[in-house]
Design a protein around this ligand. Structure first.
Ligand code: AMP
Ligand code: MG
Length: 473
């Protein structure tokens, strides 16, 4: 395994040397074969097995230090409290990817935490990150899952586990905040140079490197959040320490995939004020970017920073429009802007399943309204909407079945429903990983039919709707 250590080489101001501390009877229980091939890692080879389970030392493994705005308040020092960056490794695309072990044991940034992760949260992160990647959302990826016989104490004792994950970068908005609020200008400059070199080389070669890099960060963040909104993903903890400078979705905790359509839905049970509610995510993205821009107030003047921030809304809106027009099978923006608000009113008052609705819409032939009418209580209201939708489609004059088959490629049949994750976790905690693997398989190919796994496309039973997820994992 050809690990490089560029981040570690930035020096002690940026990270602390930290080793993986293996768990009791740690076992590799799942690994991502295609990702391993992409990164040229033979996870099952004995030497790599020893490194990845912490039995052999990676000489330059570190935990990163950063700060962050958490639920609006600033925490001047956070950091990888339970994560170890093993190094960077080259993918087949020539880019470097971080190898990061979550739940690797205490670090200098653990504060009062134990540095561990439980099997439940590792499985949730594994499933979510792979589901997101399959839905083409920029995301960290899961490379390997380890379970153990070590007890980790949360509300009750649970099984300890580790998740080996990759991302293009693990640098967070909070990395910049950490140096900025301490007035550490030299380190801030070093971090800027590092990001330009490693993540934004095209900007480095331009006439205004920092300005162009920040424009790119705004763009990537806007597009990532547009994607979240289009698929119904809610992050749950959009603190600036969980926001990636490379525009990737990271740190899956109490996230949720929307089932019954409800714009004010709050998936994180600990988010009492609904700060990170589904409909607030685009606004929070801007708030976070605003925090980030402040860190460059000694480099660029205020008007410049404001003008960079002002690109966010248009980028998010236009990408969201593109995504929703594909989901609806409509080209005309004018019609889309008319039809979407009225659709959302119908979906919200019917508490209709967001994913099921778009899947059925994709399958509906010209006059097969019954497919959707049978799903609702107020048939007349749905009929009115479908009639408007049908006439818009007919006006565009495209072959109905061709448009439908394109829609099936963007409207998934399978999403990570909370009750499915719950079932997979319960089974895994009892030693049976088959339900986890079955679920992972459909989530990795969410647009295919998988007729053998029809059950995994079904809406939650009543008990599955009231499951709660919170920050403690
Ligand atoms: P999160 O909201 O999960 O991204 O975590 C926020 C901060 O708490 C990060 O600095 C984490 O590294 C840290 N943290 C979370 N859980 C633990 C734990 N069990 N032990 C040590 N630090 C933790
Ligand atoms: Mg975090």
């Amino acid at each position: 395994m050809n690990l490089e250590h560029h981040f570690a080489q930035l020096g002690e101001a940026f990270s602390s040397k930290t080793l993986i501390q293996p768990l009791l009877e740690q076992r590799l229980v799942e690994f991502n074969q295609s990702l391993a091939v992409f990164l040229s890692i033979d996870i099952k080879s004995p030497s790599i097995k020893r490194v990845l389970s912490g039995q052999d030392v990676v000489p330059h493994s570190v935990s990163m230090v950063y700060a962050g705005h958490q639920f609006g308040g600033f925490s001047p020092q956070l950091g990888d409290g339970r994560g170890v960056l093993l190094g960077e490794i080259k993918g087949q695309d020539g880019l470097l990817y971080d190898l990061h072990m979550k739940g690797a044991g205490p670090t200098p940034y653990s504060r009062r935490g134990d540095g561990r992760a439980v099997l439940r949260s590792c499985i949730r992160e594994y499933l979510a990150s792979e589901a997101m990647a399959a839905l083409s959302v920029p995301s960290s990826r899961a490379l390997a899952l380890y379970d153990s016989r070590e007890a980790v104490y949360r509300e009750t004792p649970e099984a300890g586990a580790m998740l080996l994950r990759t991302a293009h970068g693990h640098i967070r908005f909070g990395h910049f905040e950490y140096f900025f609020y301490q007035g550490k200008q030299a380190e801030l400059d070093q971090l800027i140079a590092y990001c330009l070199q490693h993540y934004y080389p095209a900007c480095l070669a331009s006439d205004a490197p920092l300005q162009n890099m920040l424009l790119d960060v705004v763009k990537r963040t806007a597009r990532m959040i547009a994607k979240w909104q289009s698929i119904g993903f809610q992050h749950g903890v959009m603190n600036t320490d969980n926001f990636s400078f490379t525009g990737e979705t990271i740190d899956y905790g109490p996230y949720g995939f929307m089932e019954d359509y409800a714009p004010d839905w709050v998936c994180n049970h600990s988010d009492h004020e609904g700060r990170y509610a589904f409909s607030r995510q685009p606004g929070v993205g801007l708030w976070n970017l605003n925090c980030l821009m402040r860190c460059f107030s000694k480099h660029l003047d205020r008007d410049m920073l404001v003008s960079i921030l002002q690109t966010y809304e248009a980028e998010l809106q236009s990408h969201y429009d593109d995504l929703m027009s594909q989901k609806m099978g409509l080209d005309s923006r004018h019609i889309l802007h008319e039809l979407l608000p009225s659709l959302f009113v119908v979906l919200a008052s019917e508490k209709m399943d967001y994913t099921v609705f778009f899947r059925l819409l994709s399958q509906m032939q010209e006059s097969q309204f019954a497919l959707l009418l049978d799903e609702v209580i107020d048939r007349e209201r749905m009929l009115n909407w479908l009639t408007l939708y049908q006439s818009a489609r007919l006006d565009e004059g495209k072959d109905w079945s061709l448009v439908g088959s394109d829609m099936l490629k963007v409207n998934p049949k399978f999403i990570l429903r909370n009750y499915l994750a719950h079932d997979a976790i319960l089974a895994a905690e009892g030693g049976d990983y088959l339900p986890f693997r079955r679920l992972l398989n459909v989530l990795s190919h969410p647009f295919s039919e998988h007729s053998e796994s029809e059950k995994l496309a079904q809406r939650a039973p009543e008990w599955g709707k009231s499951l709660e997820v919170s920050c403690s994992s």
